[in-house]
Ligand binder design. Structure first.
Ligand SMILES: Nc1ncnc2c1ncn2[C@@H]1O[C@H](COP(=O)(O)OP(=O)(O)OP(=O)(O)O)[C@@H](O)[C@H]1O
Ligand SMILES: [Mg+2]
Length: 537
């Protein structure tokens, strides 16, 4: 596990959660009868390259080519909190890309995806042929689901479906008997993206009662009342993943529900960080009420209606139409790129100003750590502009996001801390409902989750589900159940992602710590390692 400066890094077998994709060419046997080996090799080569390029864009790792099949891992060598989502997006993109390949014969694929704990083994082969063996039933499940999929479709396991929430439109294929599995496995066909842009709504629950956060909510309410009087306010809500930034914002929305106001929501996305003005574009599309099957004319009509009151002149309407990729005459304006950008920004800000003339505005800008550079410029301007408007602008972000807005008089910063023991207990009880969770296990959940509400939700749910599966109420009452399931699958990815980001030494310490317990001294870590000491700075 150790590596000196000159020796190549060696990585040992490791238990981690992977999302595994298996992709196969449809009807390749007939292909081989119709083409000579040379042509066939060219066709299959183009197909392999297409799959590798496409999954690469989503962070997928091609582990193995198996004839016409391609085995791809998401979550290795680096884990991301959204590996399952990346895999699903990649799967849809592969189907699309392979269909559009200009080979001598049109090609089509079917794809299966499954998520689970696996042991990633040693490196096999060398150089480009390197592959990593994976042990566990997940690759097998992905491959069986692939065989089940109709040509040109993507089928995912229940384990994957749980992690993609409602981000995708899916069709339930029901429980499927699969070779090698004693129980029928539920399978889902992924049809496409669902268009839900709020990751909180798509992936998180928000259905349990809010616990704690009284002071934070009071502060936001005070800022809202100040903002309503025309002295705009900005609240910067920061905190680690799952701490409750979105939930707090949602709670404020609910509290002021009955007051006349307009709520504008902007969502940054980890998948659109290179897409200029993505949060502003999706907000406009949503506000205009675009439907997926609207014609261009219908969209233009809706956009015209939306902008009617606020635009300062037709030029702004043209620029906004261009922003939304609709037919426009913006090119005829003969503007320099710089001037055009200024006018576009002004156009968007004029819309906000116009809205504030009828009602105060609650503007929620979520997940700024994923913001694209152009949006960031516009957000800077917005922050400044709201000072003179009846607007409360709430910006949420994780701690890694760098900003220098905090010093301004109309800006409040709010760093969310972890929940206290009493609040966590209340949260566990709220989630458990009528299930008979013993106080011992509640205490264990409180202890293990460190006051991060997302962890509390996931671990409590995992405990309840396990109990239901086993149909052993007694097991719920005893804490002995917990150690085996200390990290629920929905959290694995985000925890490993954190460790991967910290680098190999932190991960090693984490792995040793997982064996030793929650608290351990440096000497124990040293004993746990199997190599010479390294500095941990
Ligand atoms: N105070 C709370 N009371 C009850 N549930 C909470 C509370 N805070 C958060 N939660 C729940 O915990 C989960 C995570 O919260 P949330 O999604 O708001 O975190 P976040 O800080 O926005 O995370 P991310 O950085 O990933 O967006 C959600 O399901 C939410 O409903
Ligand atoms: Mg959030």
């Amino acid at each position: 596990m150790t590596s000196g400066p000159s020796s190549p890094p060696t990585i040992e077998a490791e238990r981690r959660q992977l999302t595994v994709m298996f992709c196969d060419l449809v009807g390749s046997t007939p292909l081989s009868t119709r083409f000579d080996p040379e042509d066939l090799r060219e066709i299959v080569g183009a197909y392999h390259r297409c799959v590798a390029d496409t999954v690469g864009r989503f962070g997928g790792f091609v582990a193995k080519y198996m004839g016409d099949g391609v085995l791809v891992y998401f979550g290795y060598p680096e884990a991301h909190e959204d590996d399952a989502e990346r895999a699903a997006r990649a799967g849809l993109a592969v189907i699309d890309a392979v269909c559009r390949l200009t080979t001598q014969e049109p090609l089509n694929v079917r794809i299966g995806i499954a998520t689970g704990l696996v042991v990633v083994g040693d490196l096999i082969g060398a150089g480009a042929a390197q592959e990593r063996g994976v042990v566990g039933e997940t690759p097998n499940l992905a491959s069986r689901l692939q065989a089940l999929a109709r040509p040109g479709t993507l089928v995912v396991a229940d384990s994957t479906r749980r992690q993609i929430g409602t981000l995708f439109e899916i069709e339930d294929l029901g429980p499927q008997p699969l070779a090698g599995f004693s129980e029928a496995q539920r399978a889902w066909r992924v049809l496409g993206e669902s268009g839900v842009v709020s990751r909180f709504e798509a992936l998180r629950s928000g259905t349990t009662p809010l616990v704690g956060r009284d002071e934070e909510l009071d502060l936001l309410l005070r800022r809202w009342h100040q903002a309503k009087l025309g002295e705009g306010r900005v609240a910067l809500v920061s905190g680690e993943p799952g701490i409750g930034k979105s939930r707090l914002t949602e709670a404020l929305s609910q509290r002021i529900e009955s007051e006349p106001h307009t709520r504008l929501r902007y969502f940054c996305s980890p998948h659109h960080q290179d897409s200029a003005l993505y949060p502003f574009i999706t907000q406009l599309e949503h506000a205009a009420g675009f439907a997926r099957d609207d014609t261009v004319e219908q969209k233009l009509g809706k956009l015209g209606e939306l902008l009617a009151g606020g635009a300062h002149g037709d030029d702004e309407v043209e620029l906004l139409a261009e922003l939304l990729s609709l037919p426009n005459t913006a090119a005829g304006l003969n503007l320099s790129p710089q001037r055009k950008r200024e006018m576009l920004f002004e156009g968007i800000l004029h819309q906000l100003e116009a809205l504030t003339q009828s009602r105060p505005v609650l503007m929620v800008f979520e997940d700024a750590h994923w913001i694209d550079p152009t949006s960031r410029e516009l957000l800077d301007l917005t922050l400044d502009r709201v000072r003179r408007l009846p607007v409360l602008l709430i910006v949420t972000f994780r701690p890694e996001f760098q900003q220098a807005w905090g010093g301004q008089p109309h800006v409040t910063t709010l760093a969310l801390n972890r929940l206290g023991e009493r609040d966590v207990t209340a949260l566990v009880r709220g989630l458990a409902g009528n299930a008979p969770l013993g106080s011992e296990i509640v205490a264990e959940i409180v202890e293990r989750t460190d006051g991060v509400p997302l962890f509390v939700e996931e671990l409590t749910r995992a405990v309840l589900e396990r109990a239901e599966q086993d149909d052993r109420v007694a097991s719920v009452l005893s804490a002995s159940l917990l150690p085996a399931m200390a990290v629920p699958s929905t959290l694995h990815a985000s925890l490993i992602a954190r460790l991967d980001r910290l680098g190999p030494i932190a991960k090693e310490v984490g792995q040793i710590g997982a064996v030793l317990g929650r608290e351990f001294g440096y000497d124990l870590i040293e004993q746990g390692r199997d190599g010479p000491p390294r500095s941990c700075n």
